[in-house]
Design a protein around this ligand. Structure first.
Ligand code: NAD
Ligand code: TYD
Length: 377
């Protein structure tokens, strides 16, 4: 079947993996990568697919309602996979307005343009889909009532060796929204608008909430690529607070596969949580990264431990995220494919092998931004 699909934010980290998957897997689809190319957008992420006949790049701001409405008409768009967003919590703390503008108003512009275009067609919403990609951070923070870790109730392929849970609660699809950071507040607001377009106008929408992603092409302001690069360059590793916060990590290609399954087979108006049951305290994860980088670079064991630098904690730093993705596994048969230690090694090797990609980003303004941001304790 021919489909005309817009993937917003396709030049970013997760979006580029989704674009690559769709372009390669569905030669009969027309895949339109719509991206404003902010600091986080990088077309070098998609060099391997840019010449494919079923791929097109359009530089556009999702807040530009008129331009997007015209694109819907010109391309006869029947599916939208919406990833474009401001995505970094630390930036949202410094500049919440940009987050509200892109994440809330931008999502609303896409919804309204899609509504007007699809409602103008004889078949209206039939065969259409608006799929909004969101985060588990909208649920707020879970308690750390088992700081030493307990046997978790669930496990997947992604769960690390000796996998532990650090609390006895998880984020479920039914968990009440309780966002804390400006980033998660803006994502929560956009999720509500997407659901409102289903409930009010009958638009066929889907929302998914995913845990922290890691893998190639992630902008090096986020923990994993930043730290891999700093270890390689013998630079300090700024650990916020005591490094006790817990995140639940999923390999980005597993997220992209989930998006593919849900886009095609997910039930309209449903929410699916995506995650691999793979909780890590930041400091433990950082030690795994140090071990892996040192091993690959041929350094003595724990050579880079001295780079760990405890810095002032992030404001409102959420203690623990841990997602229950049982519904997705049961209803649609999705499972993560990669074990965490394998995924981390693969990721470290990718960043070390693609130094040019990293250098093209880290030379310049970005470094200055970080110099201003962190003060050693
Ligand atoms: P990213 O910051 O790497 O990429 C975002 C992309 O959106 C960039 O290419 C950027 O140029 C584009 N963009 C930003 N503002 C835009 C605008 N106004 N118009 C058009 N394009 C714009 O983000 P990511 O980590 O790939 O996250 C993608 C999506 O997945 C986001 O919606 C994020 O909330 C969600 N998410 C991310 C994670 C994660 O761990 N990274 C986890 C769960 C959900
Ligand atoms: P990040 O990658 O920014 O993702 P998120 O805030 O969306 O979870 O951060 C992951 C964790 O690592 C989070 O608990 C904050 C912490 N962190 C640091 O300790 N130092 C850093 O330099 C960064 C970027 C993050």
């Amino acid at each position: 079947m021919k489909r005309n699909i817009v993937i917003t934010g396709g030049a970013g980290f997760i979006g580029s993996h989704v674009v690559r998957l769709f372009v390669n897997k569905y030669p009969g689809y027309n895949i339109i990568n719509l991206d404003k190319l902010t600091y986080a957008g990088n077309l070098a992420n998609l060099k391997d697919v840019e010449d494919k006949p079923n791929y097109k790049f359009v530089k556009m701001d999702i807040c530009d309602f008129d331009a997007f409405f015209k694109l819907m008409q010109d391309e006869k768009v029947d599916g939208i996979i919406h990833l474009a967003a401001e995505s970094h919590v630390d930036r949202s703390i410094k500049d919440p307005f940009t987050f509200a503008k892109t994440n809330v108003m931008g999502t609303l512009a896409l919804l309204q343009a899609a509504k007007l275009y699809w409602e103008s067609l004889p078949e209206k919403y039939e065969g259409k889909r608006f799929y909004h990609i969101s985060t588990d951070e909208v649920y707020g923070a879970l308690s750390m009532n088992h700081p030493e870790g307990i046997e978790p109730p669930f496990k997947t392929v992604a769960s690390s060796e000796g996998h532990k849970a650090y609390g006895d609660d998880f984020f479920y699809e039914t968990t009440k929204y309780n966002p804390h950071s400006p980033y998660s507040a803006s994502k929560a607001s956009s999720d509500h608008f997407v659901r409102a377009y289903h409930d009010t106008y009958g638009m066929p929408t889907i929302v998914t909430n995913c845990s922290n992603n890691y893998g190639p092409y992630q902008f090096p302001e986020k923990l994993i690529p930043l730290f891999i690069n700093n270890i390689r360059n013998r630079k300090p590793l700024p650990v916020y607070g005591k490094g006790e916060n817990v995140r639940d990590w999923l390999y980005v290609e597993d997220h992209a596969r989930a998006i593919d399954v849900i886009f095609h087979e997910g039930k309209v108006a449903e929410t699916y949580n995506i995650g691999g049951f793979n909780e890590w305290k930041n400091i433990d994860l950082i030690k795994v990264m140090i071990k892996t980088v040192d091993k690959i670079l041929g350094n003595p064991e724990d050579h880079s431990l001295d780079l760990i630098t405890y810095v002032t904690d992030r404001l409102g730093h959420d203690a623990r995220y841990a997602i229950d993705s049982t519904k997705l596994q049961k209803d649609l048969g999705w499972e993560p494919s990669l074990q965490f230690e394998e995924g981390i090694e693969k990721t470290v090797r990718w960043y070390l092998d693609n130094q040019e990609w990293m250098d093209s980003i880290t030379s310049g303004e970005y470094e200055k931004y970080y110099a201003d941001m962190y003060k050693e304790r």
